[in-house]
Design a binder for this molecule. Structure first.
Ligand code: NOJ
Ligand code: CA
Length: 711
């Protein structure tokens, strides 16, 4: 009898402990969820292998009981979803949103508070979020910390940057998880605003690889009214726990039910290319909220920019230590002679843009206030509507319009979010009145209100406010130094770009590592497009500014590849017009390459080593291929089997010469033309820090290929 009771008790406990299982539509991913000793726990398997081990879920709350323990499952709902949608712009023209869902309602027995964890399992990974339904015992609450765990399957490899509440402008490190602590201090390189988040805290999107060759990517989707998540590693047990960005008083989130957290995402595959092609981040965002999107258009642009970044020219009009808007009479200041945003010079850029078919010209330094914009924590630093005396806004508007070119507005806020919000309506109205349709905004330096950082809930809400308000004015936004994107461009496709990582500008501030662009698509670009500003043909920055000895760590051929490998509907040709005029044969690729696509394929990829993409231009039969390579010379082997059967194409191949090298021979490129079909294959040399680009233009009349080598 005693034994029977024991057996029964055992059976019952096994019965209670049975985990809820969820499979992805193709069965490759399996999620398990259960409550163990009152704590919600999930785990994830890929093709039978545990990729996220037992990981707890919940929250530490301020001034009330935590949402971590004493839970029971109060209900479980399962569903399936399979729909396709068309992005306004993108890497593909149609995206399938296909998942199986498990929504678990948890009740905390000691407090009678409810929390739903909603899991969506796609063929390429997992998304889950917390939901707080309307209920009497949990209405207003303050998050002390989110305690979502991601238990790693061992001491695996990561491509990471330091956790920081103010910047993502770091170089990536590849290391074992256990090595992060030892590398952290050296990884925190200087920035205009930075606040390190901890000795083992890293940022998302975090790219990982197991010893068995399974790729994992941890990020978040739909970061709305919540603070940005970092990942804090327990490097004994190899468990990451979410670490939210605190606000000025140290709190991490002010919530009012009903509400939700952003989605936490785990993209998983045994193919690196699948991570790049995953649409989980977009799929977990809300559908487009802008009714008429006809005014949202991808943009290829040049700009009055690199000359300031290199120090050849200046944003400021005068070299004076202090100015005050509304007080200083700028027309009385002595001009420094290096102010690039002057009417004549901007017109020359407009001419260049018109000659080569660019959509836009970005002009920075056009407005009063740049003399002391940086590092002074000035509240009222810019008004966003008052041009310098040598920038004739009407003349430029008319000239640009006559040439069919758009001027792209620039709103540097200098981190003074308060000041920007105060001027935003007037600033956007000024744009409408002067024919501007896109703005590059920026948040250099420490945030005002003081004590806030770039990624707190409060400031995340500001970036969102700016995007929504811009949509009211039919303005497209490209925000620099803002929080890294989380797929919000699905909901607000007027968010056509973000920086939120170490961009090309750092090539003029000492340089980016040659492998940088082989990592960014696996990390920063998982959340959305980056305004990386490629196209630098002159590596020796001292050619522009004798005092700047930076070197752009790339071959010219690799710069061309970036227009394909760094997906963005907003692409800049960042170098100076006079430099492009010297290399017009290579520049032709930048002229030809589109910024919007019907289809994208990854031909080769390994984070930190190389990426080769092929993409089909939106609305045409033309394809473009780009390959970015790290510091190790390699041979890329690709097949053009993605081309349609039986069709003929003219391939123009822009590749590194055998003697090319990013340091000592970066301009050694060769351009070759071939007649190709979908049976063609290429073996192409990629130099150290090099790569290649190929345009594939469909030829209807075979005579057009006369005299061109078949390949
Ligand atoms: C930093 C941005 O990333 C850069 O593109 C811009 O030129 C400067 N801020 C000045 O606003
Ligand atoms: Ca920047």
């Amino acid at each position: 009898m005693k034994n029977l009771v024991l057996i029964l008790a055992l059976l019952l406990s096994v019965g209670f402990a049975r985990a809820e299982e969820l499979l992805s539509p193709n069965g490759n991913q399996k999620l398990e969820f259960e409550v163990i000793d009152g704590q919600p726990v999930y785990r994830l398997f890929y093709k039978g292998e545990a990729v996220i081990k037992d990981s707890r879920l919940g929250f530490d709350l301020k001034n009330e009981a935590d949402l971590l323990n004493d839970f029971v499952v109060d209900g479980v709902k399962r569903s399936t979803f399979d729909e396709s949608w068309k992005p306004v712009w993108g890497e593909v023209s149609e995206i399938r949103d296909h998942y199986n869902e498990l929504a678990v309602t948890l009740n905390q027995t000691t407090t009678d508070r409810k929390m739903i964890v909603r899991f969506r399992l796609f063929d390429d990974g997992l998304g889950f979020r917390y939901e707080f339904p309307d209920q009497p015992n949990l209405v207003y609450f303050v998050i002390k910390e989110e305690k979502t765990q991601f238990a790693m399957p061992g001491d695996i490899t990561a491509w990471w940057i330091p956790g920081d509440y103010d910047t993502q402008e770091y170089s990536y490190h590849k290391s074992k998880l256990s090595e992060i602590r030892g590398l952290m201090q050296a990884a925190i390189t200087p920035n205009a605003s930075q606040k390190a988040a901890g000795p083992t805290t890293v940022q998302t999107a975090l790219m990982l690889k197991t010893d068995d060759g399974i790729y994992l990517n941890l990020h978040e989707a739909a970061l709305v009214d919540y603070s940005c998540m970092h990942l804090n590693l327990d490097d004994q047990d190899m468990v990451f726990t979410s670490q939210l960005t605190p606000d000025a008083v140290g709190d991490k989130g002010y919530m009012q039910a009903p509400c939700t957290s952003p989605w936490r995402t785990v993209i998983v595959s045994d193919k690196a290319g699948d991570i790049l092609l995953s649409h989980i981040t977009l799929n977990l965002n809300e559908p487009c909220k802008i009714a008429d999107t006809s005014w949202i258009k991808p943009v290829k642009y040049v700009g009055v920019w690199w000359e300031m970044i290199t120090g050849k020219s200046s944003w400021a009009y005068a070299d004076v230590p202090s100015v005050q808007l509304g007080v200083t009479d700028f027309s009385k200041l002595t001009q420094n002679g290096r102010h690039a945003a002057n009417t004549a010079h901007v017109k020359a850029y407009i001419d260049f843009a018109a000659k080569y078919g660019f959509d836009g010209v970005l002009v920075e330094g056009w407005n009063e206030g740049w003399e002391d914009w940086f590092g002074k924590s000035k509240d009222y630093v810019f008004d966003f509507v008052t041009p310098y005396p040598d920038f004739d806004v009407d003349e430029i508007r008319d000239y640009a319009a006559s040439k069919g070119v758009q001027i792209i507005m620039h709103h540097e806020t200098s981190g003074s979010v308060r000041n920007y919000e105060r001027h935003m309506d007037e600033a956007y109205q000024f744009m409408v009145d002067h024919g501007y349709h896109a703005v590059k905004s920026g948040y250099v330096g420490d945030i005002i209100p003081r004590g806030e950082t770039h990624y707190s809930q409060f400031i995340v809400n500001h970036y969102h406010y700016a995007i929504e308000k811009a949509a009211d004015y039919k303005i497209m936004v490209n925000a620099h130094e803002a929080v890294r994107p989380t797929g919000i461009c699905r909901t607000y496709p007027n968010l056509i770009g973000n920086e939120s990582a170490r961009g090309t500008e750092y090539e003029a501030f000492g340089g980016n590592t040659p492998d940088h662009t082989t990592i960014l698509p696996f990390t920063r670009l998982i959340g959305g497009p980056m305004d990386y500003t490629p196209g630098i043909f002159e590596q020796d920055v001292s050619q522009y500014n004798p005092d700047n000895h930076s070197w752009v760590n790339t071959t010219i051929a690799r710069q061309l590849a970036l227009y394909v490998t760094m997906y963005s509907p907003l692409q800049m040709a960042a170098d100076l017009p006079e430099t492009y005029e010297k290399y017009l044969d290579a520049f032709q690729f930048i002229v030809d390459v589109p910024v919007d696509w019907d289809d994208s394929k990854v031909l080769e990829a390994e984070p930190g080593d190389y990426i080769t993409y092929a993409r089909k231009e939106k609305g045409t039969d033309n394809w473009f291929v780009g390959r970015t390579n790290d510091e190790e010379p390699r041979t890329s082997e690709i097949s053009l089997d993605f081309l349609p059967e039986g069709e003929k194409y003219l391939a123009t191949v822009y590749h590194d010469r055998k003697d090319a090298h990013y340091k000592n021979n970066p301009k050694a490129y060769e351009i070759e033309k071939f007649a190709v079909t979908n049976k063609s294959k290429f073996e192409l040399f990629c130099a150290s820090g090099g790569g290649y680009a190929i345009s594939l233009i469909k030829v209807d009349d075979p005579k057009a290929l006369k005299g061109i080598k078949k390949h």
